[in-house]
Design a binder for this molecule. Structure first.
Ligand code: LMR
Length: 394
């Protein structure tokens, strides 16, 4: 059975992780996979998480199954964090998933079940795994313009013109905040304009929100998701707690479907639970429970919000310092856009050959499309990385 098998190639992020792990050079710098690092270069367990785990260890009396959709208290807490009061709970079907990727997969599987002919509109560029999952499910997709590489900003006109071609029932994939890989986000006016196009076309937004709290704060980062939730009768959402709770390996995600009312909500919830059953039966519980304990405890929540703010400030400080170091190295404002973008990622505009030179000659690991994780920089590494980028990108 496996004699003639050719293993599928790992994607560019996973390949880079493996190359970095195999590199023996002590001064190597990992600016690849999306993992937050503090100013000391560590990815620590958040203190609020540690405390919640202590509480859970003391209180938990069983590890028996919870339910196909996970713990409703977790779903409720995360729904409220993301959606606030934008939409009544009776309209929102939820299902815990293994990580945000699990939620993306569940949402797209639902689409495939219900409307197999729908086209999934995908921003150019987007997270590599979005394409991989859509292709794996055999769904139709179309690219829409999103990013203006010349000045590092949103291509608003291109995006709106392309999305105007969507048909009723098509799915429009949007990044809730901290666009991966560009760091170029929709501003409130852009979200309003997207809402207009969605209303006109009848296409359904699918919001992947994996970095809530990493851009400008919990409320500001939820604006776009809440805005569309308030305006439209149907919205799909894939949420992740990997980054903002630092729970990467625990795999904490939530798939949400905003529906027109209680009947469709019950049907969507039933389909989600069914899809969980077919894939892995019960979703993981530990990380989800940690999130729920934190969000529902005033003191722990305050502690988590403070830690999250610190992470956000570190990333934004790194952005400003890196842009400044590049300005000094290049004598130009060519990389000035880095300071204004948000989240972990930006595209530095490197060709694949330049990415290779950065890796081979300087031990600096960025993803093949030139995506750089600003959260991987520290005060100590910024000058060397800026020098290398300026030299290699000429
Ligand atoms: C990334 O984009 O680097 C992260 O979301 C990790 C991943 O799974 O690719």
């Amino acid at each position: 059975m496996f004699e003639d098998l050719k293993a599928p190639e790992a994607d560019k992020i996973l390949r880079l992780m493996a190359m970095f792990a195999a590199d023996p050079r002590p001064g190597k710098v990992d600016l690849g996979v999306g993992v937050y690092r503090d100013p000391q270069g560590q990815t620590p367990v958040m203190e609020a998480v540690r405390r919640a785990e202590t509480i859970i260890a003391a209180r938990q009396r069983t590890k028996s199954y919870v339910g196909l959709a996970g713990d409703p208290a977790f779903a409720d807490a995360l729904r409220r964090l993301i959606l606030g009061d934008a939409v009544p709970a009776e309209r929102v079907a939820t299902c815990a998933t293994p990580g945000g990727t699990g939620a993306v997969r569940q949402a797209l599987e639902m689409v495939q079940r219900i409307t197999p002919d729908a086209t999934i509109w995908v921003p150019t560029p987007t997270w590599v795994n979005h394409h991989a999952i859509i292709d794996h499910l055999g769904q139709k997709s179309r690219a829409y313009r999103y990013y203006d590489a010349a000045d590092g900003t949103l291509d608003r006109e291109g995006m709106l013109a392309d999305l105007a071609q969507a048909r009723a029932g098509d799915i429009v994939l949007l990044h809730g905040c901290c666009h991966n890989p560009t760091g170029a986000d929709l501003q409130p006016d852009d979200w309003r304009a997207v809402g207009d196009v969605l209303e006109q076309t009848g296409a359904i937004p699918f919001i992947d929100i994996a970095y809530l709290g990493f851009a400008d704060g919990l409320e500001a980062d939820a604006f776009g998701t809440r805005h569309l939730a308030e305006r439209l009768s149907e919205v799909l959402i894939a949420a992740s707690c990997s980054k903002n709770f630092g729970l990467y390996r625990e795999r904490v995600g939530l798939c949400m479907a905003i529906t027109s009312g209680p009947g469709p909500r019950a049907a969507a919830a039933g389909l989600m639970a069914h899809l969980n059953r077919q894939s892995y039966a019960f979703p993981p519980d530990h990380g989800a429970r940690v999130v729920q304990v934190i969000l529902d405890d005033r003191e722990l929540r305050g502690m988590w919000e403070d830690e999250l703010s610190l992470m956000r400030e570190t990333m934004n400080t790194n952005r400003a310092a890196f842009a400044e170091a590049l300005r000094a190295e290049t004598g130009s404002d060519r990389f000035g856009f880095l300071a204004g973008q948000r989240g972990m990622f930006s595209l530095i505009g490197a060709t694949p050959a330049q990415v290779e030179t950065l890796r081979e000659d300087h031990g600096i690991y960025v993803v093949g499309d030139g995506r750089l994780n600003v959260a991987g920089l520290t005060k100590d590494t910024i000058p060397g990385v800026a020098r290398a980028v300026a030299r290699v990108l000429g």
